[in-house]
Design a protein around this ligand. Sequence first.
Ligand code: FPP
Length: 257
Amino acid sequence: MTVTSINNKDQEENDRPKHIVVVMDGNGRWAKKRFMPRTAGHHAGVKSTRKIVEESVKNKIQALTLFAFSSENWKRPEQEVSSLMELFVSTLQSEINSLHKQNVRVRFIGEISAFSEKLQKKIKETKELTENNTGLQLNIAVNYGGRWDIAEACKSIVKKIQLGELQVCDIDAELIDEFVCLKQLPEPDLFIRTGGEMRISNFLIWQLAYTELYFTDVLWPDFKSEEFSAALNWYAGRQRRFGKTGEQVEPTQTQQV
Ligand code: FPP
């Protein structure tokens, strides 16, 4: 007799994203609705960030990448930028031990050298304290831009060509993958953007080629466990095809019994 069966463990693993990336948008609007300064929204956003890290640990997500500050965010009012910088320092300071206790490995992507000595020191401390942790890989994108990431990869490849270590004909998508940020991790499975906008905003534009895109109107400070579960449930219902047909990737197996 032929029956259709599903290996439950494999199915569960397929249903759960290995790598989630998040654009944490809507802090300013959250504050405005409450007649508070925009910076109050960023402070409230930190609480959601903490919660989502905890949820990711609980749900055994391999990697979580958060867009905390884009290369373009320098264009914001000076007072907001400096307040965000202060917030990054104080957040790393207050969260470092808890992240370490949760076995989270923290890394940063972006042009860190543009930051103050104080912030660079905190970034270094956080990275070093957690570098041997084996749980959630948390990547914080700061002064990051997807176009910058690709341009940096191009520079590194050209340097190797000049040194004779690579040839122009070696350049293909797999090679570029080796030079962009997050190369050591699985490609993002799930992209979440809060705050109602439906755009990528120069985040990981190379890496998102096959990522499932989830947009929600919920503002980042209101995005907590329930909203995170909703995003995970939505993802579990997606069929990832990577260019194949639905029949080719159907996860059911035909088994002879
Ligand atoms: C976008 O909302 C949010 C930011 C530019 C900052 C996000 C930073 C945090 C949540 C702090 C996290 C801290 C660490 C260390 C990871 P917006 O200001 O553009 O909101 P709006 O669209 O409503 O104006």
